[in-house]
Design a protein around this ligand. Structure first.
Ligand code: OSB
Ligand code: MG
Length: 382
């Protein structure tokens, strides 16, 4: 059997609950305890491939949730791939797209697990299998909405002192211009700041949003509706600050539309939102051809999802720091060994000396945290 072939014989789904060290507030909702869906894929030789479904508890970021993803994986995604031999992990995507709309995060969890399984089987780092070239990646932090400007300023200063290379500030109406002004005044003109609105505004706010230009932001992420491209194009015409799209880019064709319409100048790639690594690589390559810089977004992942993001971030066009902060920024204790760490220059090492994602899942800890478990196999299709 050719070395890059993958056959998934078995998938175990587990839900774990990991309390965040601090509640994470974005304009569309707050997360306190992260409900995380972990997948463990196995082939006939007993090789494991771990992955994480990034869907949240509520449909405030995307229509998917952990509960819809669980259903989608068991009912439609797993039956399409279990027991079937693929010539390589890049072949799953089209099979999962055929007459199967949406559910990208559910599809991505299985697809990314297949890439990890392939990397483990070939005994090469996942980053290499994906075409990564970097040994370490530049890291940013995403700061949730704070109760006061003072609290935010303190968090930004602390983040800069830790070495973070990009500080992303969540904003919403009522916690935007004054907050950003206070931060800029405190940290000076050179600090790498950006804002993320998670769709909190509309074109009625055009004059308000134009004032963002005074803060010298690297970009403003997803100011308008989660599925919009047309209005973002109108807004970009009136803004000097580059728009970066997150929620809106759910496929390669959306990235193509963004370029055609001029809806933004930077893309946040989240493999979960795009339906997996194959789609992420396609968007990455398309952006290379159109001189669009990309960076890797985050979804408050555990060390498993983080590992996948680190591997992806090692590709050439990830030229801006990603939301790939170290484990300790999110959780008291991660579920992988070693935990993800960042050096004082704000860099995270890509684990190129180990096969696959480069970290081991702490099974005892996962077992202790598991609140729901289901096993799917080639023999019992549910
Ligand atoms: O918009 O990027 C976002 C977390 C949950 C949902 C949406 C977003 C985020 C983040 C977190 O910004 C980034 C991280 O994981 O550090
Ligand atoms: Mg975002």
């Amino acid at each position: 059997m050719a070395i890059n072939m993958v056959t998934i014989e078995n998938i175990i789904l587990r839900e774990i609950r990991l309390p965040l060290r601090e509640a994470f507030q974005i304009s569309s909702g707050t997360e306190q305890v992260r409900r995380i869906l972990l997948l463990q894929l196995k082939d006939a030789d007993g090789i494991d491939g771990w992955s994480e479904c990034v869907a949240g508890a509520n449909p405030n970021y995307s229509p998917e949730t952990i509960d819809t993803a669980w259903l989608a994986i068991c009912t439609w995604v797993a039956p399409r791939v279990l027991g079937r031999t693929f010539k390589g992990p890049e072949k799953l995507h089209e099979v999962l797209e055929e007459n199967f709309r949406g559910h990208n995060m559910a599809k991505a969890a299985v697809e990314m697990g297949a890439w990890e399984l392939a990397a483990q089987k070939q005994e090469i780092p996942l980053a290499r299998l994906l075409g990564g070239i970097r040994e370490k990646i530049a890291t940013g932090i995403s700061l949730g909405i704070q109760d006061s400007q003072e609290a935010l300023v303190e968090k930004v200063q602390d983040s800069l002192a830790q070495g973070y290379r990009k500080i992303k500030i969540k904003i919403k109406p009522g916690a935007d211009l004054d907050y950003l002004r206070a931060v800029r005044a405190a940290v000076g003109p050179e600090a790498p700041l950006m804002a993320d609105a998670n769709s909190a505004y509309s074109l009625k706010d055009l004059e308000h949003l134009r004032q963002l230009d005074e803060f010298g932001l690297m970009m403003i992420e997803q100011p308008l509706a989660w599925d919009d491209l047309v209005r973002h194009a109108e807004l970009q015409k009136h803004l000097r600050t580059p728009i970066c799209l997150d929620e809106s880019i759910t496929s390669l064709s959306k990235a193509e539309d963004m370029v055609t319409l001029g809806s933004g100048r930077i893309v946040n790639i989240k493999p979960g939102r795009l339906g997996g690594f194959a789609a992420s690589l396609a968007v990455h390559d398309f952006c290379v051809d159109h001189a669009i810089p990309v960076w890797c977004g985050g979804m408050l992942e555990s060390g498993v999802g983080r590992a996948h993001n680190v591997a992806l971030s090692s590709l050439p066009n990830f030229v801006l720091p990603g939301d790939v902060s170290p484990s300790a920024r999110y959780y008291e204790q991660d579920i992988v060994s070693p935990e993800w760490t960042m050096d004082h220059e704000g860099m995270v090492k890509v684990p190129l000396d180990r096969p696959g994602m480069g970290v081991a899942v702490n099974m005892d800890r996962v077992d202790n945290l598991t609140v729901r478990r289901q096993e799917l196999s080639t023999y019992v299709k549910t």
